[in-house]
Design a protein around this ligand. Structure first.
Ligand SMILES: [Zn+2]
Length: 63
């Protein structure tokens, strides 16, 4: 098996880009689904769903 690959995938899922200063940072696994403050400018960075979790759909059907 390739646990290393799983680690990489997890890290990518934990990566956030601050909407204020556009700096990337990695959050803790425990913070994966919560908003976290940016380390650089302290703006709140909302949780990202871009790591392959496709169970959720936009309830309002935004296109
Ligand atoms: Zn920031």
């Amino acid at each position: 098996m390739f646990p290393f690959y799983a680690v990489i995938k997890t890290i990518i899922g934990l990566k956030r880009i601050c909407p204020e200063c556009n700096k990337a940072q990695v959050v803790k696994p425990s913070q994966k689904r919560v908003s976290v403050p940016c380390r650089f400018c302290e703006a709140m960075i909302p949780a990202s769903e871009s790591e392959g979790d496709k169970n959720q759909e936009y309830p309002d059907g935004t296109e």
